[in-house]
Design a protein around this ligand. Structure first.
Ligand code: MN
Length: 238
C-alpha cells in the first residue's frame, strides 16, 4: 500500500528532472547515427558481417557521440549542418578544431560510405554522363580505377581514397589522411565534391583481409553503388 505513493513520487521527480534537463539544453538537433541501408551481412563475402557491425555500431557511433559532445557547448557550431561543418573546419575555434575535424569528418565520411555501397550485383553501372566525364578526365573507367586503387593502397596509415569533381568540372582521384575529406577547407586537401569514397582504415578490413589492403580494395569495386555515384555526379552539375 505504501509502494504506490512512493512510485508516484519517483515518477513526478523523474518528470521534473526531464523538464529541467530539457530547459537547460540548447534547442539544437544533435547529429544521429544513420541506419545501414542494408543488413550487416548483405555485403558478404566482400565485407563480413562482423566487420560491418563493428564498423557501423561502434566506430561510426563513436564519431557521432564525440561530435555531439564537442558541439553541444558551442551554439554557433551547433547551428551548422554536417555538410557545412566540413567546409568550415578551418574556422572552428582552435581549442576544439581537432576534435570536430576528426569526429565531424568521421561522421560525414562514414555516412557517405554506407550509401555508396550495395549488395553485390545491385549497384548498377555508371551513367552515360558519368562515364563520359570519367573518360574525359582519365581516358577510361579502368584507368580511373587503377589510379583510385593506387591512391587507396598508397595512403600511409589511416585514411580515405576519393573520386571527386573539382570546381572546374573535371574529375580527379585524391586521398586524405585520418578522417579528413575533400570538403574541408584545410591546407593540403585537394577540394572537390566527393562522388565516391573508400575507407582504408584497418578497422574497415583487417578482420577478413589482415594486411592485404590491395585485396580488399580490388574486391570492394563489386560493391560500388553506381546509382548513388551517378546521383552525386548529377547533383554537382546542377
Ligand atoms: Mn571507418
Amino acid at each position: 500500500m505504501r509502494a504506490r505513493p512512493l512510485s508516484g513520487m519517483l515518477l513526478s521527480s523523474l518528470a521534473a528532472l526531464v523538464l529541467l534537463l530539457a530547459g537547460a539544453c540548447p534547442a539544437w538537433a544533435a547529429f544521429s547515427l544513420p541506419p545501414l541501408p542494408y543488413s550487416a551481412e548483405a555485403l558478404e563475402p566482400v565485407i563480413d558481417a562482423t566487420t560491418m557491425a563493428l564498423h557501423h555500431d561502434r566506430h561510426h557511433a563513436a564519431y557521432v557521440a564525440n561530435l555531439n559532445a564537442q558541439i553541444a557547448a558551442d551554439p554557433a557550431l551547433a547551428e551548422l549542418s554536417l555538410d557545412a561543418l566540413q567546409g568550415q573546419i578551418g574556422r572552428v575555434p582552435a581549442a576544439v578544431r581537432a576534435a570536430v575535424r576528426n569526429n565531424g569528418g568521421g561522421h560525414w565520411n562514414h555516412s557517405q560510405f554506407w550509401a555508396v555501397m550495395a549488395p553485390p550485383g545491385q549497384g548498377g553501372e555508371p551513367s552515360a554522363e558519368l562515364l563520359a566525364a570519367i573518360e574525359t578526365s582519365f581516358g577510361s573507367l579502368e584507368a580511373m580505377q587503377t589510379q583510385f586503387n593506387q591512391a587507396a593502397a598508397g595512403r600511409f596509415g589511416s585514411g580515405w581514397a576519393w573520386l571527386i569533381r573539382k570546381p572546374n568540372g573535371s574529375l580527379a582521384i585524391t586521398s586524405t589522411a585520418n578522417q579528413d575529406n575533400p570538403l574541408m577547407d584545410l591546407r593540403g586537401i585537394e577540394r572537390g565534391a566527393p562522388l565516391l569514397g573508400l575507407d582504408v582504415w584497418e578497422h574497415a578490413y583487417y578482420l577478413h583481409y589482415q594486411n592485404r589492403r590491395p585485396e580488399y580494395i580490388a574486391a570492394w569495386w563489386s560493391l560500388v553503388n553506381w546509382q548513388e555515384v551517378n546521383r552525386r555526379f548529377a547533383a554537382t552539375r546542377a
